[in-house]
Each structure stands twice: as structure tokens, then as C-alpha cells.
Design a binder for this molecule. Structure first.
Ligand SMILES: C[S@@+](CC[C@H](N)C(=O)[O-])C[C@H]1O[C@@H](n2cnc3c(N)ncnc32)[C@H](O)[C@@H]1O
Length: 204
């Protein structure tokens, strides 16, 4: 019998919300500059029901809660102290987790890098199942170019964590095959103005 491959989300199991907030250098180099595009984009969302998949401590969820209703799904629900409903569960099992409930938006930020290609396909298909008609899927993906690729490789070399990056074309094809339309891509840059990730927005 082979040992079970450790899942990326297991790295958060022993973290508290406080220890999670202690960020590494890649947060400063890559994630914080990306917020200059992500935060204004998310701030436009109003009056929606949102499923935030892999919300962690809920940094983006907090912003959305002013004008929307947000439900979370995370393998580590203990990280979120926002007082909202957070289901413990996997991104690949959304329809089982939320039952018959449907959402206007399925959002996922900095989670897809923990999904291998098979898991990613299932996540996208599950996201579609839990969206309302005309629902919107919004998610970040790490780019296969340069800094994105380096980010993923460093996670393996320095921390032994499997992370995944995906070419835009692959994600677009997967979304189109599932019937998503009007797919938009927003490039996310590091401090060096090099694209390292991208935000995809797609309509059901
Ligand atoms: C890097 S944190 C991102 C947190 C938050 N979305 C943000 O942008 O700050 C990744 C989160 O995704 C969760 N996660 C990773 N893989 C998951 C999976 N397969 N199913 C559900 N949650 C997952 C982790 O537990 C963690 O809370």
C-alpha cells in the first residue's frame, strides 16, 4: 500500500489565525501588489450571495461582507473568525457540501495552487454546479511564467509543499468545455511589474 500524498491544505491544520497572518517574503513581493487589482475588482460586487472557497482567515471575505452574504468552504475552517458559516470540506466536493443552495458568485483566492490538474477540473465543474443561472466564477491562478513558476518550485524546495501553476489557455479551455462563457482575464503583477498570477472571471 502506498502512503497517502499529503494535501497542500494540511500545512494550515496547526496554524491559528494569528500565526497564519505572519506572512513570508512572497506575500510582500507578489500577493500585496496583486491586491491593487483584486481589491477594487471585488469591491464592485454588491447584493450577491457568494461562496468563498478556501477563504482561510477571510481577508477578502471581510470586504465582501459589507454588501453581500458570504458562506465559506475550507479544509481549515478554524482559521476564519468572521462569524459567518464556514463549511469544513474540500473544493472538489462543493455540491455535496452546500446541498441544494446556489450562489451568485463562486470566489476562490490563492487556493487553486493547491489543486493538482485532476482536482482542479473537479473544482471547476463543482463550482458550476453550485452557481445560479448567470452566476459568476472568480478565481486566482498562479501563472506558469517566470515568477509564478519560481513561486511554485520554491514552495516545493523550501517547504516540501506541492503547488501547481497553470497556463491561461488550459484554464480557459477547461472553463469553455464546462460551458462557461464571457471569460475575462486580469493579469496580477508582482512589485517588479512581472505577471505572476491571474484572476479569471467567467459567466455560467
Ligand atoms: C493561501 S490560503 C488563501 C486564503 C484566502 N482565500 C486568501 O486569499 O487570503 C489557502 C486556503 O485554501 C484552503 N484550501 C487549500 N486546498 C483546499 C481544498 N482542496 N479544499 C478546501 N480548502 C482548501 C486552505 O485551508 C487555506 O485556508
Amino acid at each position: 500500500m502506498t502512503a497517502r500524498q499529503k494535501q497542500g491544505y494540511e500545512r494550515y491544520t496547526t496554524l491559528t489565525p494569528e500565526s497564519y497572518e505572519k506572512q513570508g517574503i512572497m506575500t510582500y513581493l507578489c500577493r500585496m501588489p496583486s491586491d491593487r487589482k483584486i481589491i477594487p475588482f471585488l469591491s464592485q460586487i454588491k447584493g450577491k450571495s457568494i461562496l468563498d472557497v478556501g477563504l482561510g482567515t477571510g481577508d477578502y471575505t471581510r470586504l465582501l461582507l459589507n454588501d453581500n452574504r458570504v458562506v465559506g468552504v475550507d479544509q481549515n475552517p478554524h482559521l476564519c473568525r468572521l462569524g459567518i458559516k464556514v463549511h469544513k470540506g474540500d473544493a472538489t466536493q462543493l455540491s455535496n457540501i452546500v446541498g441544494n443552495e446556489k450562489f451568485d458568485v463562486v470566489l476562490s483566492t490563492w487556493m487553486t495552487e493547491y489543486l493538482n490538474p485532476g482536482q482542479l477540473s473537479v473544482f471547476l465543474s463543482e463550482a458550476k454546479k453550485v452557481l445560479n443561472e448567470q452566476g459568476i466564477f472568480i478565481s486566482t491562478f498562479i501563472s506558469t511564467y517566470c515568477l509564478g513558476y519560481t513561486y511554485v518550485k520554491l514552495a516545493k524546495v523550501l517547504k516540501g509543499i506541492d503547488k501547481y501553476c497553470y497556463p491561461k489557455k488550459e484554464i480557459i479551455n477547461k472553463l469553455k468545455n464546462l460551458g462557461f462563457t464571457n471569460i475575462k482575464i486580469i493579469n496580477l503583477n508582482s512589485w517588479l511589474y512581472i505577471t505572476w498570477a491571474y484572476l479569471i472571471v467567467a459567466e455560467k
